[in-house]
Design a protein around this ligand. Structure first.
Ligand code: N2P
Length: 363
């Protein structure tokens, strides 16, 4: 009897997926940075379950990854500084292009830009990109500041403006990595400088507005505060502001949010899909990257989170309102004034972190 059943057992074993772990993909991505339906579709099509965790600053991501053994299969660091550091440290696994045929959908010009820190684009593909700027409550800022141009960081960084807007609610995302370059640029200095003199100037500028700042908080909380109207002026990521504006409109409570891409030159960033060297399930990670690089999938993501992607064939599938929004897709002219942050050396990072602690503490 047992003998006769053996072949049946063998068949049953073959039908069951190799191991439970093979069927789970561990993703660590930014908050509010994907269309949840896309993740559900990946599971439907592949049978791979997705465990999805989020972070909302590069500092948090780096802290989590620097310990090693994060257990993640997919991470989404910004090209500089985080992705660059991970590549240099050998902490990422080269992507097997044969397993990612949709790689050819990527915009070669954009990929060329990130090849400077990842020669040959071996370790990552651009997921989404965007700028750093201000989310503002248009009517309130207009009322407080009068008829001044609302297209640059003077709104936030000129102490007399900050004083007028204090009651209305000023916030900054809690990330020296993604805030200091814009402050330096506004000061007319090199956004990537670590020179003592430049650091002092940035600290003076931040300290001068500190009494007027209501909160220095995670970018995800800034998104919420903009959507509810609790923040009147907030320095954060472009698409987060545009998502907040949409949420505010839907809520119908008269909160009107606009995005300001700094005229003096906005910080431009690229977020990379990458696989940690010790990922438990690199095959599933590659399947996920390949899945995301489909034009219709990327269009769904851009439509949901209001960040541009790097798959040109997705463009016709992006909603017209999103496609024509110059805050989502900056003009060539705005891009020509933008800058990309670099990768400061370790000692400079320490200086910046200390500066930031003093700024947060207000002394
Ligand atoms: C999404 C944050 C955008 C990523 N909430 C910034 N690189």
């Amino acid at each position: 009897m047992f003998r006769r059943l053996l072949p049946l057992f063998a068949l049953l074993l073959m039908a069951v997926p190799a191991t439970a772990q093979d069927r789970v993909l561990n993703v660590y991505n930014w908050s509010d940075y994907i269309d949840p339906e896309v993740v559900a579709r990946f599971t439907r099509e592949t049978g791979i379950r997705v465990r999805y965790d989020v972070y909302d600053s590069l500092e948090t991501l780096e802290g989590r990854l620097s310990a090693g053994r994060s257990g993640y299969d997919i991470v989404v660091p910004t090209s500089e500084p985080t992705f660059a550091r991970l590549v240099r440290a050998g902490a990422l696994r080269p992507v097997d292009r044969a397993a990612v045929p949709n790689w050819t959908n990527l915009n070669p010009t954009l990929m060329q830009r990130v090849a400077t820190i990842d020669p040959g684009n071996r370790h990552g593909a651009i997921y989404l990109w965007g700028t750093v700027g201000l989310g503002i409550r248009l009517d309130r800022v207009r009322a407080a500041l009068g008829d001044v141009p609302l297209d640059n960081l003077d709104i936030l960084l000129k102490p007399e403006n900050a004083a007028r807007l204090a009651a209305c609610g000023i916030m900054l995302m809690d990330s020296p990595t993604d805030v200091l370059p814009s402050v330096l640029r506004w000061l007319g200095r090199d956004p990537n400088s670590s020179a003592t003199d430049d650091m002092r100037a940035a600290e003076r500028a931040l300290m001068a507005i500190r009494p007027h700042v209501r909160a220095i908080i995670a970018s995800s909380s800034i998104l919420d505060a903009l959507a509810t109207g609790e923040a009147c002026v907030a320095l954060t990521y472009s698409g987060d502001v545009i998502q907040a504006a949409a949420r505010a409109r839907e809520a119908g409570r008269g909160v009107e949010v606009g995005y300001v891409m700094p005229r003096e030159g906005a910080q431009l960033w690229f977020d990379m899909m990458a696989i940690p060297a010790d990922a438990p399930n690199p095959e599933a990670a590659q399947q996920f990257i390949n899945f995301l690089l489909q034009p219709d999938v990327m269009a769904a993501i851009t439509n949901q989170v209001r960040y541009p992607n790097a798959v040109p064939a997705s463009q016709p599938l992006v909603n017209e309102a999103v496609r024509n929004d110059p805050n989502v897709f900056p003009s060539a002219e705005a891009l020509s004034r933008s800058f990309v942050a670099g990768t400061p050396p370790r000692e400079a990072v320490r200086l910046r972190t200390r500066l930031w602690s003093r700024f947060k503490a207000g002394r």
